[in-house]
Write a protein that binds this ligand. Structure first.
Ligand code: AMP
Length: 174
């Protein structure tokens, strides 16, 4: 098996979680294997190595798992984009459409500095709403979003389109 085949084999599909009709991509078996954990972080960071990324912005919650090792591989810092009400200090928020209702994502007011070169990171891009909202937060703070990296892209959901002209890198496509 090649590298991406090994990663694929370690991702568990869980049907009907968290609700009927959704096939959840469970990455916990992959995280359990040190070689696959390292490989995932290497492949996420790879296209951004010479791009002067200064901050990795990880999206709750599995963006917090890959975020710090990818940030260290790129010589960048790390910050978190969280669901509403989780961050302790002053925040700015962006909303996005969900199938029913609205979702929201927040960062601390000082999480992203003007001029910073930001890499947005999450485990999965599905509809792309969360990632697009997180990218807007970084842009609002005056940062440049260098790109977005995902371990898994569910390309039948078309999430990439929501990210417009941003560079999107996904390690595995489904
Ligand atoms: P979306 O805004 O639709 O792109 O959803 C992205 C967020 O939901 C990410 O933080 C993912 O971790 C999570 N997510 C959405 N769909 C799945 C799925 N099928 N398996 C695992 N995580 C998912």
């Amino acid at each position: 098996m090649n590298d991406t085949q090994r990663l694929r084999a370690a991702i568990r599909d869980v049907a009907d979680f968290p609700k009927p009709g959704v096939v959840f991509k469970d990455i916990t078996p992959l995280l359990q294997d040190p070689e696959l954990l390292q490989l995932s972080c290497d492949l996420l960071a790879e296209p951004f190595r010479d791009r002067q990324v200064s901050l990795v912005l990880g999206v709750e919650s599995r963006g917090f798992i890959f975020g710090p090792p990818v940030a260290l591989a790129l010589g960048a810092g790390f910050q978190i984009a969280r669901k509403p009400g989780k961050l302790p200090w002053d925040t700015i928020a962006e909303s996005y459409e969900l199938e029913y209702g609205k979702g929201q994502i927040e960062i601390h007011r000082d999480a992203v500095q003007p001029g910073q070169r930001v890499l947005l990171l999450d485990d999965v891009i599905a509809t792309g709403g969360t990632a697009a909202a997180a990218a807007r937060l970084a842009t609002r703070m005056g940062a440049e979003v260098v790109g977005c990296a995902f371990l898994i892209e569910l390309d039948f959901l078309g999430g990439r389109q929501k990210l417009g002209n941003l560079e999107v890198h996904s390690v595995l496509c489904y």
